[in-house]
Design a protein around this ligand. Structure first.
Ligand code: SIN
Length: 330
């Protein structure tokens, strides 16, 4: 435990639009993501000094569309190592918005600490008029320094709202309020130094999660069901030796007849197949729009296809005999 009453927060930078730079301040698209270093991001927010002492590290400088499982592992290990130190009270990770929800959910399931971990991003590059990064960063550090954030799992603080890593998803290509937690809503709010939680997270995470990082993950791919879809992609994935496939199904995880046959064949060849929905909210019921019992498939419940991929990757590293129970639990 940090004996000084003033918190110390580690800020780990990975790139993204929050570290983006455009040649013209009026431009909010067509810029380069992940080029501004963590020191400059912090310098833009002098008010941080009144909230916490900051320990800064540059972990990566990428556009988050290029995020990888290897970088997730590096991040999770670094977060665990920092949070094991008595003098670090919480971690903030600056990230791109595009895969933020996937990284957040991976860390939610693998980090082994009750101390706060908060992901943060921006929709406008650091050079933009009305850049949203600086206030988002200040709010994220405020949440990470708050005793109320302890034990809540990995959080995303964005546009004054606090979301759970499990529920949050990007819902706009341009809006400053780009993140929502469909159906279940925000966990709470952060504004002007005040952190307020309205509800807490019920499913297991962090210290209560059975998952841990490993050196290599089974390959899991996502395929979408849509009008006229063929079995070409599924057959290619199976031939390439993937261990899991998540289908972004229509409606309640329903699948085109061509995909149903191809995925049933994939299951027979030992590939784990999870039915999720491309709709963006709601849940996929086991044996709802397709017979999971007959096909040997697993329903994703309320996880979107990309988070279902994260859980399937981790599930396949553990006891893969009861993947449905894993999806029902996490
Ligand atoms: C990225 O995800 O790295 C680029 C887009 C963004 O951060 O909004």
């Amino acid at each position: 435990m940090n004996t000084s009453s003033f918190p110390c927060i580690a800020v780990l930078a990975t790139g993204g639009t929050i570290a983006g730079q455009a040649g013209d301040a009026s431009k909010t698209a067509g810029y380069k993501a992940g080029v501004v270093g963590v020191d400059k991001l912090l310098d833009a927010v002098p008010a941080l000094g009144a909230v916490a002492r900051i320990h800064a590290e540059q972990i990566a400088s990428i556009d988050s569309k290029d995020m990888s499982a290897e970088l997730w592992t590096t991040l999770a290990r670094r977060v665990d190592a920092l949070l094991a130190q008595d003098d670090i009270d919480g971690v903030v990770i600056t990230h791109g918005t595009d895969t933020l929800e996937e990284t957040a959910y991976f860390l939610h399931l693998t980090v082994k600490s009750a101390k706060p971990v908060v992901l943060i991003a921006a929709m406008r590059p650091s050079t933009a008029l009305s850049a949203d990064g600086p206030l988002n960063l200040l709010n994220a550090v405020t949440v990470a320094a708050s005793e109320y954030a302890r034990g809540q799992g990995v959080l995303v603080a964005f546009n004054n709202q606090i979301h759970s890593a499990r529920d949050v998803t990007k819902t706009s290509t341009y809006a400053v309020g780009a993140f929502q937690s469909p159906e279940v809503g925000v966990l709470g709010f952060v504004q002007d130094g005040r952190v307020e939680f309205q509800r807490s997270v019920t499913r297991p995470h962090t210290t209560a999660s059975k998952f841990a990082v490993v050196d290599a993950y089974p390959v899991v791919e996502v395929v979408a069901s849509h009008a006229g879809v063929s079995r070409i992609a599924v057959d290619a994935f199976v031939k390439a030796g993937v261990k899991g496939i998540v289908v972004a199904g229509t409606g309640n995880g329903s699948m085109h007849a061509n995909l149903t046959v191809a995925l049933s064949d994939a299951v027979k060849q030992g590939v784990a197949v999870v039915r999720a929905s491309r709709v963006g909210s709601g849940h996929v019921m086991r044996n709802g729009a397709a017979s999971d019992d007959a096909l040997g498939t697993i329903s994703a419940g309320t996880l979107n296809p990309y988070k279902a991929r994260v859980l399937l990757m981790l599930g396949l590293t553990s006891d893969a005999t009861d993947l449905q129970r894993i999806f029902d639990t996490y």
